[in-house]
Design a protein around this ligand. Structure first.
Ligand SMILES: [Ca+2]
Ligand SMILES: [Ca+2]
Ligand SMILES: [Ca+2]
Length: 234
């Protein structure tokens, strides 16, 4: 009890006045529990797919922050089944730095409610009427970003004979957009086709030959020809 302690020291008899906020028993060292500020809930917004610190939790502890009685230790005790979050103590100001360590997915979970516990390094002196720790809720809102379509399978392997007729069917590309909560249509295009052998339907993703496949072509290595396609959303 730093501030209150010095005020009480000015009382000649050491007697504590009525308007002191801290009960006398709390003046002993290592007795004052940390309190997450006002025990309120904290709010954070974070874009899906990103990591890093999302909110700093302020703590109110009347013990000396340079002692084990004042240093805060934070832990997430509920609401993080996928272990996407981590909380560490800022050594400079004792705040709890809540970070995303595994990117969140808006389409999977748009809100997270984390229950955070803060306690001191030193155990509280027993039987002073305080609980051993304090808790607060952090509400994390995940913000949507437009994610690019994803091919499945990737890579796609097909076997075709050389010299098949122009326009022969080669493959059906399959890309899906992760943004399932908004209507998005996908367009396909050829990105890299060094021999100029392939064409793709922008709408259906069907790949046909537009040239004559040649196993002896310099673009064929180990009997394999590689082409790259792109899928874009709107
Ligand atoms: Ca997503
Ligand atoms: Ca998204
Ligand atoms: Ca998208």
């Amino acid at each position: 009890g730093i501030g209150a302690l010095s005020a009480a020291g000015q009382e000649p008899s050491g007697h504590i006045t009525q308007n002191t906020a801290v009960p006398p028993t709390a003046w002993l060292p290592h007795m004052i529990k940390p309190n997450l500020t006002a025990c309120v809930s904290f709010e954070a917004n974070v874009y899906e797919g990103s990591t890093g610190v999302v909110v700093n939790l302020t703590v109110d502890d009347r013990d000396d922050p340079d002692t084990g009685a004042g240093r805060a230790i934070y832990s997430i005790i509920n609401g993080d089944p996928t272990l996407s979050f981590e909380i560490q103590t800022n050594p400079d100001n004792n705040e709890g730095m809540l970070s995303v360590i595994k990117p969140l997915d808006y389409e999977a979970e748009r809100f997270h409610a984390l229950l955070i516990k803060v306690e001191n390094e030193d155990p509280l002196v027993p039987d002073v009427g305080y609980g051993p720790s304090s808790t607060a809720t952090v509400r994390v809102t995940v913000l949507d970003i437009n994610e690019g379509p994803v091919f499945f399978p990737d890579p796609l392997t097909v076997n075709k004979m050389e010299n098949i007729p122009l326009g022969s069917f080669v493959a059906s590309l399959n890309a899906t957009d992760p943004d399932i909560l908004q209507a998005q249509s996908i367009r396909y295009a050829v990105l890299r086709d060094p021999a100029g052998w392939l064409s793709v339907s922008p709408v259906t993703g069907t790949v046909n030959t537009s040239g004559s496949l040649d196993r002896e072509s310099p673009y064929v290595h180990d009997n394999k020809y590689t082409a790259v396609f792109i899928a874009t959303d709107n």
